[in-house]
Design a protein around this ligand. Structure first.
Ligand code: GRG
Length: 296
């Protein structure tokens, strides 16, 4: 690749945004309010980190972007769905997301629940329609991503998170919760490219698996640090909301300095895994550094 991954981010972001736009029903289609809310939930900004991880892992394994569009779009639909639920009054009860009113504030609670309910099956419809993938890839992607969403993935992590409010977790318990709540979908973004590769060295698959686990936990610790140190206008969601909800987070339990140190340690482990792959992993290295250094 002649240029750094950073120079391809705008093109990849435009690519996944076009895929999301095409996958979502038009807002003029009945039921219009539901479709409008689904489009709002997905197309209202966001850094698109998970799709970028799909494309970066794909570059690492020489998978064509046309094939990567499928998991990139599906995983971002699931991520958007999880944010709508996460913001509901029954969960974190947030009014602001990506610098705009949350879906239940912009529409109403019932519409937000239904929009999220409809985004999840849409993601699996996109996956089922993957075209030109190696034999068996579609079912492997469905297996990977359903596991990442379920009770031993994101939903389970969210359940532990809600139950842990106001309690003290050990580092192992906290990192287990992070691995499920946030890490599982980040990990799936990276590993999805493995199922689309026709020529995958076993060592690379294992290294990407470990990389995905480390960087997924680092992503959530950095999110916690931004909640403490960031400004609402920059992070696009209310700063300090973890503390006001008495959330069990890394900074709350162990302090910001220890959180930063753990993030750096996880980054070092993740980069060590990539070093076993070699120069083709440079896009993932760039994204890993971005994840722990980002300001939003
Ligand atoms: C079954 C999909 C599903 C969800 C139900 C609500 C829920 C269970 C899980 C919520 C999980 C959750 C919201 C974890 C937090 C992950 C996180 C750090 C989100 C912020 O991600 P960014 O920074 O956001 O990538 P943008 O807005 O840039 O996309």
């Amino acid at each position: 690749m002649p240029h750094a991954f950073k120079d391809r981010i705008a093109a990849y972001t435009a690519r996944v945004n076009a895929g999301l736009d095409a996958a979502l029903p038009l807002a003029t289609r009945n039921p219009q309010r539901l479709h409008d809310a689904m489009r709002y939930a997905v197309l209202n900004g966001g850094k698109r980190v998970r799709p970028l991880l799909v494309y970066a892992a794909g570059e690492c394994l020489s998978v064509e972007p046309e094939l990567l569009d499928t998991p990139a779009v599906a995983i971002e639909l699931i991520h958007a769905f999880s944010l709508v639920h996460d913001d509901l009054p029954a969960m974190d009860d947030d009014d602001l997301r990506r610098g705009k009113p949350t879906v239940h504030k912009q529409y109403d609670e019932a519409t937000a629940i239904l929009a999220a309910d409809a985004l999840q099956p849409l993601a699996f419809l996109v996956l089922a329609n993957v075209d030109g993938a190696p034999d068996g890839a579609a079912i492997e992607l469905v297996r990977l991503i359903t596991a990442a969403c379920g009770s031993i993935g994101m939903t389970g992590g969210q359940s532990i998170d809600l139950a842990a409010e106001g309690t003290a977790l050990s580092t192992d318990e906290l990192e287990h919760m992070y691995a499920l709540k946030t890490g599982a979908l980040i990990h799936a973004s990276i590993v999805s490219a493995c199922f689309l590769s026709n020529n995958l060295p076993a060592g690379n698959a294992a290294a990407l698996d470990r990389f995905g686990r480390s960087i997924g936990i680092a992503f959530q610790i950095k999110d916690d640090i931004l909640d403490v140190e960031g400004e609402t206008e920059v992070i696009g969601k209310p700063a300090g909301s973890d503390a006001s909800l008495n959330k069990a987070t890394y900074p709350a339990l162990f302090g910001v300095a220890a959180s930063r140190a753990r993030c750096d340690e996880l980054l070092a482990e993740a980069l060590d895994d990539l070093s076993q792959i070699g120069a083709s992993a440079a896009p993932l290295e760039w994204l890993a550094r971005y994840i722990v250094e980002r300001g939003q």
